[in-house]
Each structure stands twice: as C-alpha cells, then as structure tokens.
Design a protein around this ligand. Structure first.
Ligand code: ZN
Length: 475
C-alpha cells in the first residue's frame, strides 16, 4: 500500500488515484528568467522520483510541468536585457530542458508554456467573474475576492477570521507573504512598464497573474480534478492556496487530492542567495567537475520532507557511492569474479534469502511516503554482503544475474543514478592484447607489458591489475 504525506491533511494517507491504475500529476515548473538553481532542481528531481516510483508500482501516469514564461520577473529581466520576452525566455527554456536531460529526469508528458495558454486563463477568469468570485478594479485589473471563497487558507492553514481582521485591500504582485494576504490579481491591466508584453482580450488589455497560469494549464491537461500536485514548500502560500481558490471557485469541484511538497535546500547550512555567494545553478556545479548523476543522487538521497543541506562534501560522497555501485555491478558481470558454480552453498543460499528480503524492505520503505533513507540502507546492506561473498567466490552466475537485475530494474528504475555499462564484449583484438600482456607480466617483461597497455589504451580500453588478475574496461 502506497502512502504519501498530504500537506492538505497534514498526515500520511493511503494513495488511491481517481482512476484505477492511472495517476494524473502536476508539478510547478520553472520561471524562465534565469537558469534554474539547485533548489529548483531538488523539486524537479523529487517530482521525478515520485513519477518513477509510481510507474515502478505499475501505475500509468500523466505528468504535466508548466513553464512560466510570463510573470513579473520574466518581464523585468527581459526588459533589463533589452530583449523581447520570447527571445529572452527561450534561452532559459532550452537551458532548462538540457539540465533535465543532464540530471536524467524522465520528461513530463507535457511542458505547457504560460504564453500559449492565455485563452484558458481567460476562461477561468470569466467563470470566476460570473460566479461573483472575482471583480474588475478601477484600472481594469481583475482580482480574486478571497472572502467569496469560504475555504480560502485551507491548504496553508490560514484562518479567514484572522485574515479579515488583519488584511484588506488587494495585492497586484505575483509574490507576497501571508501577512499581505488579500484579494490577489488574476489579470493585470496593461501598464507602461510591461512594454510590449500584453494581450488584447475579452477582459481587457493586459497580462495574466502568475497564479492563474497553473490553474489553467493543469485543468487543460489533467481536467478539473486530478490526483497529485507537487512543488516546493515555499509555494504552499500564496501560489498553491490561490490555485485552489481559482480552480475550485470556477469548477466547484475538488481540485487536487494529494499535495506533496518538498522542503528547502540549504547550501552550507544557509539559505542560498547570490549575495552570500552560495547560489548554484546546475551549470555552476558541472563546471567544477562534479558528476551530474552524483548531483542528482545528492538531491534525492535526503527525504523530500527534510531540509537538505547541500555541500560539496555531500556531492563528493555521492560520487564515491555511485562509483562503488558501478564497480560492484561490473564485478557481477565479470567471469573472473563470479563463479560458474558457487563454492559455498550455504553462503549462496543466505544471499538468495537476503536478496528477497532486500526487495521487500526496499518496497516497504518507498511505499511509506518515499522513505529513501531506509530504501537505500537495504540496498547498501545487500551490496556489502554480496561483495563479501564475491571475494569468497561464493556467487554463482545465476545468482549474480538476479542481484544485478534488482539493481538495474528496481533500484535504478527509481533512483536513476547508474550509468549503463558497456553490455558489449571486449573486442577479441583487445582481449588478445590483454592476454599477451598478462603473459609478459608473468615473465616479468614489464617493458613489453607497459607497451601493451599503451596499445590497449589506444583502442579505448583500460586494464586494471587486481589480485584476481587483469580486468579490462572501457576507458
Ligand atoms: Zn504553479
């Protein structure tokens, strides 16, 4: 049974999708005014982990992630750069897709852009006006009337009574705090600082507010009601609160059944900020030589509801963990390591039992609100035990294949951190050189053996001399 912590109810709940075997999932995506930073990628990697888990459990998924290519920030930055909004955001849209690929994130089924869904937004806005939940102000902007929606605040835990006493008026900015909770903008009437960013529409000349974008794009692709909505905790208020008000205000149907939010990412124990010099995009990390899959691992190996303190040491440790796993998996394929038939039947039987237990523990941990810490603990325990048995030549080919299958089909389907290993055989030509070199080494002709190593290298392979003989792998 799958259970997720639902922000809406503040407890773990059994996950039951609206439609049996099919999960509709929406994730708030990037605002493409700059390269996404690693805090953003924590959220996108979390959504990816969730999606991969659901599919591994046998659910079909429909995953949508929006791209906010028009809002206060994109307009401000494109005008600063003296570029059109489209030209300016397109650079960062493309960079975002490249980063997703680098991080081995399974692409969402749709990445709708806000600028291409203005009509869907207008439909909701008109619906809200018709239901008396939105109104036009003097300047022609349209606002959502929060006191017309009795459930306003139900996701973030805001109390309407406090709100009415404390706050009144309107907020036209896309981002604001709980303290300034008040009627929020759905449609912003044109003002000169918008430059050439405007739409002439049935509710007037202007542009959409940020919050309405996600209501419109989620409804367009997933319907009025869907299963899971993800995002960072910083989006709970006001963004997700407003999405609920807009969508439910217009459709009169429950918008989302499960709200899953990932916690903040800190860098060196502090909130990431450009002024502190601890602000990193993925590109910044790659330029320092980090392996992108280690970055991915570092982002997902801490439970999504815990704060993640990101440091270079964490990524270095992730690199070590992953190279240990890669070596382990290549040993499992290596006939020099795996016995044709195990020497010790008892060790082999115990390992076979441990493999079954690992599968069960791994599944149970992930079923429990994606408890990655326990899932990984069971995986490493198995790796440790198998490594020991390999040293004793106690792992048969059959068992090695089963163990490898667990790592590739289960572990890696969900974590997505392993590099595919050359399934191809070492070419005969290379194998011959390796054997010649072995012979040279045995006869202590090190000059020849070094020369042969160079020849092997020139063919794109590397030889490691181990206690158990030479091992050759792609360089
Ligand atoms: Zn959103």
């Amino acid at each position: 049974m799958t259970r997720f912590f639902n922000t809406f109810t503040r407890r773990k709940e059994e996950f039951v999708p609206l439609q049996k075997g099919f999960v509709r999932l929406y994730s708030c995506g990037p605002t493409t005014y700059f390269y996404a930073h690693i805090g953003n990628y924590r959220a996108y990697c979390f959504a990816d982990l969730l999606r991969r888990y659901l599919e591994w459990k046998g659910f079909k998924t429909l995953h949508v992630m929006n791209i906010t290519d028009v809002d206060d920030k994109t307009i401000r930055e494109s005008s600063k750069a003296g570029k059109s909004l489209k030209d300016y955001t397109e650079v960062y849209n493309q960079a975002f897709f490249a980063d997703l690929h680098t991080l081995n994130i399974v692409p969402a089924h749709y990445y709708p852009k806000a600028t291409e869904h203005v009509d869907d937004m207008l439909t909701i806005i008109q619906e809200l006006i018709a239901h008396n939940k939105a109104y036009k102000s003097e300047d022609g902007s349209v606002y959502f009337k929060i006191d017309s929606f009795k459930d306003y605040g139900k996701l973030s835990g805001l109390k309407m009574a406090d709100l009415q006493a404390g706050a009144s008026g309107r907020v036209k900015k896309d981002e604001y705090s709980k303290e300034s909770a008040s009627d929020f903008v759905l449609w912003k009437a044109y003002s000169p600082e918008d430059g050439d960013v405007f739409w002439e529409t049935r509710v007037g000349k202007g542009r959409p507010g940020w919050h309405i974008e996600c209501s419109a794009m989620s409804t367009r692709y997933l319907g009025y009601s869907f299963d899971i909505h993800t995002g960072g905790v910083d989006l709970i208020f006001p963004h997700h609160e407003n999405e609920i008000a807009q969508s439910e205000g217009a459709s009169k149907k429950k918008f989302v059944n499960y709200w899953l939010h990932n916690e903040h990412l800190l860098v060196d124990g502090k909130k990431m900020s450009k002024s502190l010099g601890n602000f990193y995009t993925l590109r910044d990390l790659l330029s320092k030589g980090f392996d992108p899959l280690a970055v991915r691992y570092a982002l997902i190996a801490t439970h999504y509801r815990s704060q993640l303190n990101f440091t270079f040491d964490v990524v270095h440790a992730a690199e070590k963990t992953l190279s240990g796993l890669q070596d382990f998996l290549s040993h499992l394929k290596d006939d020099a390591v795996v016995a044709g038939k195990e020497k010790d039947g008892q060790i082999a039987a115990a390992l076979a039992r441990q493999l079954e237990k690992t599968k069960a523990d791994f599944t149970a941990a992930l079923d429990d609100d994606l408890d990655v810490a326990n899932a990984l603990a069971s995986v490493f325990e198995l790796q440790h035990a198998v490594n020991k048995a390999l040293d004793e030549k106690a792992v048969s080919r059959v068992l090695a294949t089963k163990i490898a299958a667990f790592f590739w089909n289960d572990f890696n389907s969900i974590f997505g951190v392993l590099k595919k290993q050359a399934a191809e055989k070492v070419p005969v030509e290379v194998q011959k050189l390796v054997e010649e070199r072995e012979a040279a080494r045995k006869s202590k002709d090190f000059k020849k053996s070094d020369a042969l190593r160079e020849q092997i290298k020139a063919l794109g392979y590397a030889v490691d001399d181990t206690e158990k003989g030479a091992r050759v792998k792609k360089a």
